[in-house]
Design a protein around this ligand. Structure first.
Ligand SMILES: C[S@@+](CC[C@H](N)C(=O)[O-])C[C@H]1O[C@@H](n2cnc3c(N)ncnc32)[C@H](O)[C@@H]1O
Length: 260
């Protein structure tokens, strides 16, 4: 699949359904991802669901009763969708401490709290010896400089490093030991990060058992348009890539599946 994604597709399905809840400093939003409608409490300090979350929600297949790890879970949208898709147990992990209470609140709100456990830690640190049927890795994966320009990464959220691939390469280098036999990993990459380095690490870990599931062209957001000088310099340095399309510029977002 290769389509151009209109700005409205990414945003229209996300609407504020209630004003700020001042006690918890969260806002309630609804998302329609992967055929499910979920209501999420989100905050300004924890990563909020984006187009990448939507693409992953669409791609991920959950065998009935599966054990699932949502790595880089943010407010927990993919953990909740995995549970709604039939997972028996979901472990949601984020390096940011603030993510855990949000995941727990969102799991309760969507009626799946009995199947979601949230923890904090760097990558697999809080996972121990557990193994999973499905791992969804959505750790930060955008070039540092682009992350900070974008509306998606408040300063408090760790980014993907100089070329955007640091976190996902760390995941790919160690993920196999956390997958059960026949286990499957889903991960995104995109041309606002180092795609070749990410795919090299994926092939090192999984050989030929790596497959492109989804691909969309994403028009530049306002912040990228306003900073064309920075975007062009980063492209000249070989850190990112984008192409003109009619009167706009687009970058490419992909979701891959890799299996044991
Ligand atoms: C692109 S966001 C995805 C959030 C969520 N999956 C979603 O769809 O809304 C990346 C998340 O990875 C987390 N993260 C970054 N580095 C991490 C690491 N080393 N270990 C665990 N989580 C990490 C960030 O805090 C952030 O919440």
């Amino acid at each position: 699949m290769n389509t151009t994604l209109q700005k409205s597709d990414a945003h229209d399905k996300t609407q504020v359904v209630q004003d700020t809840n001042k006690a918890a400093e969260t806002t309630l939003r609804s998302y329609q991802f992967g055929g499910y409608e979920v209501e999420m409490e989100v905050s300004d300090t924890v990563f909020q669901p984006t187009l990448t979350s939507r693409l992953l929600a669409q791609a991920v297949k959950i065998p009935e009763g599966a054990r699932v790890l949502d790595l880089g879970c943010g407010a927990g949208v993919l953990a909740i969708i995995a549970a709604l898709k039939g997972a028996g147990h979901v472990h949601a992990v984020d390096v940011m401490e603030e993510a855990r209470p949000l995941v727990e609140a969102n799991a309760r709100r969507n009626g799946v709290a009995d199947r979601i456990v949230a923890s904090s830690g760097d990558l697999f640190q809080s996972v121990g010896a557990q193994r999973y049927d499905v791992i969804v890795s959505d750790v930060s994966g955008v070039v540092d400089e682009v992350s900070r320009l974008s509306p998606w990464y408040p300063d408090s959220i760790p980014t993907g490093g100089h070329d955007g691939a640091d976190q996902i390469v760390r995941v790919l280098d160690s993920v196999r030991q956390y997958l059960k036999p026949k286990g499957v990993l889903y991960f995104p990459t995109g041309t606002i990060s180092n795609v070749p380095r990410t795919l090299e690490a994926a092939r090192r870990a999984f050989g030929d058992q790596v497959e492109l599931m989804e691909q969309v062209e994403v028009p530049f957001c306002a912040e990228f348009k306003e900073n064309m000088d920075v975007m062009t310099r980063l492209r000249t340095e070989g850190l990112i890539d984008f192409t003109p399309k009619r009167s706009r510029h687009v970058w490419t977002l992909q979701v891959y599946r890799a299996w044991v």
